[in-house]
Design a protein around this ligand. Structure first.
Ligand code: CTP
Length: 398
């Protein structure tokens, strides 16, 4: 799977650098071509000679070789690589990567990277728990970086806690998992709706719901990772996630706008995943001016039905795979089966508001997937990122 894959292995100045020697061996044994890039302080921990001999390539560390003047192009490395791994990734390098501080070859290579990037943080527990580290890792995750989480355990300081770099075998597994699904959906186009819709009452008020959009955005990110082209139609969400070129994000406000955009792109896609919490009704009138309280004791709003995006597009789906969600409080399976039929969907992802791990504004979800062929697959509670992987694995029949 890793045969002839081009990997940039970035080494930073942490004691865990010695473990990266083993990681390099594992990558090489699996047939990958690895170019090691070291920060100046990494060389204090393990010598470049070790990495050069094991990789079969001179280590890149400076912008140019002093005695020959040969220039090392971080841009070329970015074009050459299929994946960049930074292991160990120290607090300092993570901070630089998150903030674009390009004062060494490794961070410059990261900033020029066209390929996906993975980091394996390694640091002492207090540094790991510092709000700035947490913030920087979050920023990198939002920027699409894959994080191989550190483990609890004995640290170089003698303290015990979280910050120990994942073992080389574990990082290697993350790399293999990455390449296993990489390009799995190449050539496929997928439409994803996400987030809530806001239905305007007047210029300052709306009817909305608590959907955060996280599930839909995780689906889009996972689809992109697998090589699909994604049309992500998002209602009003506060997610500033940066996607690569393969995701086209279209921001909309109301259900009607979401419907218009989805209708436009549906004919071009192979798969459509309707993850948005679309408002079923909208005010019949959208007042142009703010409604004043005046002396009114009561105010009535007349609501009219919104289009059902999933149902209306799936009606004539012509071989496209369509997937809907059902967030239920009661009779989940029964309601999900009904939605599967009435909306002509291939799969419905059911989550229950009664599960504390599921629902709006959460980072986790607990789902059961039901198909129009009668399949029923339940999963334990997981992060929305993991749930996105499960959903995609199931619908593409992996
Ligand atoms: N959906 C949609 N357009 C709508 C309403 C729902 O595309 N106007 C989609 C959702 O994105 C989801 C599925 O249909 O994939 C089910 O949504 P849900 O709100 O649970 O279903 P409803 O049909 O509105 O049923 P109810 O609100 O009565 O439970």
């Amino acid at each position: 799977m890793l045969k002839d894959k081009h990997i940039v292995l970035g080494i930073t100045g942490g004691i865990a650098a010695y473990k990266s020697v083993i990681l390099l061996r594992l990558l090489k044994k699996a047939g990958a071509d690895v170019q090691v890039v070291m920060t100046p302080s990494a060389k204090e921990f393990v010598t470049p000679v070790t990495f050069a001999s094991l990789s079969g390539r001179p280590v890149v560390s400076e912008f140019f070789t002093a005695n020959t003047g040969e220039w090392h192009s971080h841009v070329d490395l970015g074009i050459w690589a299929d994946l960049m791994i930074v292991a160990p990734a120290t607090a300092s390098t993570i901070g630089k990567m998150a903030n674009g501080i390009a004062d060494n070859m490794l961070v410059t290579t990261y900033l020029s990277a066209k390929e996906p990037v993975m980091i394996a943080p390694a640091m002492d527990l207090d540094m790991m728990n510092h709000p700035s580290t947490e913030r920087n890792i979050q920023t990198l995750e939002n920027d699409g970086v894959i994080v191989v989480n550190p483990r609890e355990g004995e640290l170089a300081s003698g303290l015990v806690g979280k910050g120990r770099m994942a073992e080389p075998e574990e990082i290697f597994k993350a790399v293999s998992d990455f390449f296993a699904v990489y390009n799995q959906l190449k050539g496929k186009r997928v439409l994803v709706t996400a987030g809530p819709t806001y239905e305007n009452i007047d210029p300052v008020r709306f009817i909305g719901n608590y959907s955060s959009g996280k599930m839909g955005f995780e689906l889009a990110a996972e689809l992109e990772k697998r090589g699909a082209e994604v049309i992500l139609i998002a209602g009003p969400v506060s997610i500033s996630k940066k996607f690569g070129d393969k995701i086209k994000r279209i921001d909309v406000v109301s259900a009607v706008e979401m419907y218009e955009e989805a209708k436009k792109y549906f004919p071009e896609v192979d798969i459509a995943i309707f993850a948005a919490a679309v408002a079923d009704y909208r005010p019949e009138r959208h007042e142009e001016e703010k409604i004043k309280r005046e002396n009114k004791e009561e105010l009535s709003l007349r609501l009219v039905r919104n289009p059902d995006i999933a149902a209306s597009l799936s009606k004539d789906k012509d071989g496209r795979l369509t997937v809907g969600f059902a967030l239920e409080t009661d009779n989940g399976i029964e309601n999900a089966k009904r939605k599967l039929q009435s909306k002509n969907l291939d799969w419905v992802v059911l989550n229950s508001m009664r599960d504390k791990e599921a629902g709006f504004m959460k980072d986790t979800n607990k789902i059961t997937m039901l198909s129009n062929l009668g399949e029923e697959i339940s999963f334990p509670a997981k992060s929305k990122r993991e749930v996105a992987k499960d959903i995609i694995d199931v619908i593409i029949g992996k």
